[in-house]
Design a protein around this ligand. Structure first.
Ligand SMILES: *[C@@H]1O[C@H](CO)[C@@H](O)[C@H](O)[C@H]1NC(C)=O
Ligand SMILES: *[C@@H]1O[C@H](CO)[C@@H](O)[C@H](O)[C@H]1NC(C)=O
Length: 364
């Protein structure tokens, strides 16, 4: 009996290897259009994988219907999407307790942590909020978490990374305010780092973090972020404004915090902020962005570029199927899913949703 079970196991492992070694679709890399986001076009939200089949989009801005010039409002909407059927759930999930754009959010152990973001007080400036919540996927309910402490900097658009071994979430950089009207100040970027422990549901005191961890080598918001092999990478982004784009890669080894942040040698071929990014294998793919000075670009970048964490180098992978900024990407299996975003500098949300396959095979 045991021998039989082992043989079957071995055979199925062998079968898996054969399937993976089979020749693949030669269109590499490639894009596929998916079901558009229902209800509203969406921008400045966060995209998350709740589990291996369900994606979520949280917060962001949506248009106010029939407004001219077009106006936008900040939303608490949480909408779910089922990968195998390419269908959005017919009804939205429980909304976040507060409307929020540029939310700092991650999923750890089937829970969605919302750790601040930007909120709209209606006075023409979006400001960082310290309010934090956790969403339980199974019960579809939100509960309050301790707000970010006053010793940290309340902000949105932070680069996020999770140490899977300790359950600690890192927030790197971000912006404290985004003025929408002339003369209301600058888009203030920060280098600050914060950490939240999902095992204790407490913010980690900054004093307990090694000195070299507490600040990134530069101020960044709207950057790409991904964790590969326990290292948090922060890619590109901007420093105080849409057109002040940056191309450096900052890295923090979450398994060896004593080493602190380092700036890698490989610089993005096309420096930009407002990007979306996700890792597949050892590479971090960076999509789109905002602040393109090129004629006819509408201020939006369409570039897809990949950073290979093993060689500390970049490659160019052509253009997005539909160039946009102000969205976020999530990798599940071999696909990178990118819902919504803006198609012009500033607010111009769309319901476009597509998936990028960096490698030749669609394993799904
Ligand atoms: C993923 O989460 C969704 C939403 O809660 C749920 O319907 C689905 O069954 C879950 N799938 C898996 C594989 O856990
Ligand atoms: C959180 O922000 C609110 C509003 O700015 C402020 O009143 C409150 O004191 C802050 N809480 C902490 C813990 O800093």
């Amino acid at each position: 009996m045991e021998l039989f079970t082992r043989t079957v196991l071995l055979l199925s492992v062998l079968h898996g290897m054969l399937v993976q070694a089979a020749p693949c679709n030669p269109r590499s890399p490639h894009w596929k259009a998916l079901a558009p986001i229902p209800l509203y076009p969406r921008q400045e939200h966060t995209t998350l994988a709740l589990n291996s089949t369900t994606l979520a989009i949280l917060g962001g801005i949506i248009p106010i219907t029939n407004s001219s010039p077009p106006l936008f409002t900040t939303t608490p909407l949480l909408q779910l999407y089922d990968i195998p059927t390419n269908k959005w759930h017919p009804a939205p999930a429980a909304p976040a307790p507060i409307p929020i754009n540029h939310p700092n959010a991650v999923v750890v152990n089937s829970k969605l942590y919302l750790l601040g973001g930007l909120s709209d007080a209606g006075d023409g400036v979006w400001r960082g909020t310290n309010q934090s919540f956790v969403y339980d996927i199974r019960s579809n309910t939100w509960s309050a978490l301790p707000p970010m402490p006053a010793s940290d900097v309340a902000r949105g658009s932070a680069a996020m990374g999770v140490d899977e071994q300790t359950g600690v979430v890192y927030l790197a950089g971000g912006m404290t305010q985004l003025p929408l009207i002339e003369g209301a100040g600058v888009q203030e970027s920060v280098a600050a780092v914060s950490a939240f422990d999902t095992r204790t549901n407490q913010w980690v005191s900054l004093g307990s973090l090694p000195r070299g961890v507490r600040r990134m080598p530069g101020r960044r918001d709207h950057a790409g972020a991904a964790v590969v092999q326990g290292v948090l990478y922060v890619l590109g982004g901007r420093d105080t404004g849409q057109t002040n784009v940056r191309g450096e890669v900052f890295a923090l080894n979450l398994r060896d915090l004593g080493k602190g942040w380092v700036t890698k040698k490989g610089v993005m071929p096309t420096p930009r902020g407002g990007v979306s990014a996700a890792a597949v294998g050892g590479k971090v793919y960076v999509f789109g962005g905002e602040g393109n000075p090129e004629e006819g670009s509408d201020g939006v970048f369409g570039q897809v570029e990949a950073y290979d964490t093993r060689t500390d180098s970049w490659e160019r992978l052509g253009r997005m199927r539909a160039p946009r900024h102000g969205t976020s990407a999530v990798a599940v299996g071999r696909g990178v899913y990118i819902p919504g975003g803006g198609i012009r500098l500033g607010g111009a949300p769309v319901d476009t949703f597509d998936v990028f396959y960096p490698e030749a095979c669609e394993w799904l």
